[in-house]
Design a protein. Sequence first.
Length: 325
Amino acid sequence: MSPPPHGRTRRVDLVRLREKLPATVEGVLRQYERHLMLERDLSPHTVRAYIGDAVALLDHVAGNIPENADLGRIDLANLRSWLAAQHAAGASRTTLARRAAASRTFTAWAHRAGHMASDPGPRLAAPRPHRTLPSVLREDQAKDAMRAVSSGASQGDPVALRDQAVVELLYATGIRVAELCGLDLDDVDYSLRVIRVLGKGGRERSVPFGVPAERAVRRWVDEGRNALVAPDSPPALFLGARGGRLNQRAVRTLVHEVVAVVPDAPDIGPHGLRHSAATHLLEGGADLRTVQELLGHATLATTQLYTHVTVERLKAIHDRTHPRS
């Protein structure tokens, strides 16, 4: 039997650590969990990450003696030594930056809730994460990927029709894989060619899509979806083979398989299609603010990453084609 992935191992370890915490500290963690879910409306995945970082911090403060896990002992020196220990264990700059942010969120909440006399979080410095440029498809590679996924749908197989609609819609809209899997049938407006998307933080937005995606989605709904419907099927736009809502893992596998047949294409998943859509929009003349709205970014700073991608691609084209490059 193969060993479990590192992420799963860490989750198991954190569960065990949490079980050893004093009842008073566990009660605080439950309050914090409710705050993250109900007041900040974070996704279950994000809540687990925040709670996991809080448990790891408390374990570090306790020094392997669970009874010593007291929020009152969390000070700037403990926060710094926690990050230093992770750095020594090989954590990346991005991981350190994320966990520093998570610890600041926890101590700020604990101070406001009266569990800590003061908040050392604002004085905690952390390394800036490296802004790595995402891998994207060229426009011709994206067209090849769309042709590849359409070849299977030409035979009318329900799963192939669904797969074509999934890939076309991901690339046409740039939505996140979780947003795609969360779509219901009535979220699609064919007359306006827009979908209603529920994004991060419960923010709703409308995202347009083009004619090829409309045709693929219509054909899937009209000709393929009924073949997968079960008595207890939800009103989901995309269904899995057993009639339930299509899950994110299946979508990731699909995209990797589709892109794998495109010559010289980078190995990307659904998020790579999102990056590709944003890059191609900017290269086609879309302004940054519009792309921000389409992608559902909370801040323009996140969207600006794609301008770097575009510049790098333009430089590569210049170097390859200009006689005086």
